[in-house]
Design a protein around this ligand. Structure first.
Ligand code: FUB
Length: 443
């Protein structure tokens, strides 16, 4: 993805510093996990935790970044908003800044985060603190002490229509808990209560939202081997919740954790969650993703099938990463890292059978009239490829030949007419041979 040649220059012009364009995973230049997505000031802000490598076999999380996007394609990294070294009560030797949340009330943004406090050890030392800002992207000023009465991880906040705020968290050895918050958003108002007895098994990461008067209590739950995302529905923020089942299955890859949030943005519902796309062999280095979520008539949630394509309509004049595909042929198509030693470079798609194809839905041709197709590719055999622009307008196919060679190069082909609308792409290998494709772009 980064070895863009001329495209890199173009990307800089289009995007500016600190912005990346992405499907799933959303962020590709660092590890991110536990995404809580919120709509603030008309943009989606995602508050994830930040996995780093410390040479240990456990989570290593020292700080938090926040990312925002208006179109769910271009993501701005606003940088570090809270650092363990700058929070008075946190034991900064523990690298324990786990899943956070952020909520807006009366002109202030409240950022909630767990960590091991000074004097605490392991899970039992986990508690939850708050940092406050006038802006969704900080700077956030941490409170000098954690919230009294909270022992646990994975804070989640919800403010009901009557203005009452609630804090939920995964208690250490006490199950999933909830409590009212005082109007200052920093103190519990009364005793925490255990949220319903759901089916047995490890639970964490509670996330509550409301839709059409139904309150959804959602959480990761180990049913078989790793965490699935499950939920219950109830009449109020503290339940009682009736268990409804799975909204996302366990990751087949074996990534042990999943952690999510659910968001309505511009009339569509989204599930933000994580997987270990950029670190297939170490699942403590995770990457955040988003996919669409929908409901049945009775309000129950339809199961979300994870995709590589993710969400967001991609402008045709960007590097379109076909390896984040919507569909592929049953055989002869696969993906691989461009550089196994540097996953942050991204992926390529490989077609190695006549008729093998990759499809990528949702490319926007309306922003700019385009005349040329560019394909960044290489082929040791030489390869004839056809790119079809379908669905949503008159079908159009452009053909190109990737010359025999060991190096990456740009193949160019003229478009007979300028496509318009939001269209689906399909890249097909027309003959025998093998071709690797990094991206395609229209100019
Ligand atoms: O990211 C560390 C922990 O892993 C989170 O707090 C849990 O929810 C799980 O995702």
């Amino acid at each position: 993805m980064k070895k863009a040649g001329t495209g890199l220059f173009l990307s800089f012009l289009l995007l500016g510093a600190g912005v990346t364009m992405a499907q799933n995973p959303l962020i590709r230049d660092q590890f991110t996990a536990d995404p809580t997505a919120r709509v603030f000031e008309g943009r989606v802000y995602v508050y994830p935790s930040h996995d780093v490598q410390c040479g240990t076999e456990w989570f290593c999380m020292k700080d938090y970044h926040v990312f925002s996007s208006e179109n769910l394609v271009d993501w701005t990294d606003h940088g570090v908003i809270v650092d363990q070294e700058k929070v008075a009560w946190v034991d900064a030797s523990k690298n324990s800044m786990w899943a956070p949340d952020c909520y807006f009330k009366d002109g202030k943004y409240y950022f909630y985060f767990p960590a091991i406090s000074k004097g605490g050890e392991g899970a039992a030392g986990m508690t939850v603190g708050v940092a406050v800002s006038d802006r969704p992207y900080g700077p956030f000023v941490p409170e000098p002490k954690p919230i009294a009465g909270v022992s646990g991880i994975d804070p989640n906040v919800f403010i009901d229509r009557d203005g009452q705020a609630y804090l939920y968290w995964a208690g250490v050895g006490q199950g999933l808990l909830g409590a009212r918050l005082r109007p200052d958003m920093m103190q519990l108002d009364g005793k925490p209560q255990v949220i319903e007895k759901f089916p047995e098994g490890m639970k964490e990461g509670p996330f509550l939202f409301e839709r059409n008067g139904i309150y959804y209590f959602t959480f990761p739950h180990v049913i078989e081997k790793t965490e699935a995302l499950v939920y219950g529905m109830g009449p109020g923020p503290l339940g009682p919740f009736q268990y409804k089942g799975i909204l996302m299955d366990e990751h087949p890859s074996g990534c042990w954790t999943n952690h999510h949030s659910i968001l309505e943005y511009r009339g569509e519902w989204y599930l933000f969650y994580h997987h270990n796309d950029l670190s297939p062999s170490f699942d403590k280095n995770r990457s955040i993703r988003a996919d669409r979520l929908s409901f049945n008539e009775d309000g129950t949630i339809r199961k979300v099938i994870p995709t590589l394509r993710g969400v967001g309509i991609v402008p045709a004049d960007r590097e379109i990463q076909l390896d984040r595909y919507s569909a592929v042929s049953a055989s002869g198509a696969s993906i691989a890292f461009l550089d196994e030693k540097n996953p942050f470079d991204g992926w390529k798609v490989i077609l190695e059978e006549k008729g093998a194809f990759v499809r990528f839905a949702g490319v926007d041709f309306d922003a700019r009239e385009v005349k040329t197709l560019k394909i960044r590719a290489k082929s040791e055999s030489g390869a004839a490829v056809a790119l079809s622009i379908g669905k949503g307008g008159p079908p159009l196919t452009v053909r190109g030949t990737v010359p025999k060679g060991a190096e990456w190069g740009l193949v160019e082909a003229a478009l007979p007419t300028a496509p318009s609308g939001v269209r689906d792409l399909e890249l097909l290998l027309e003959d025998t041979g093998r071709v690797e494709v990094d991206w395609v772009r229209f100019e």
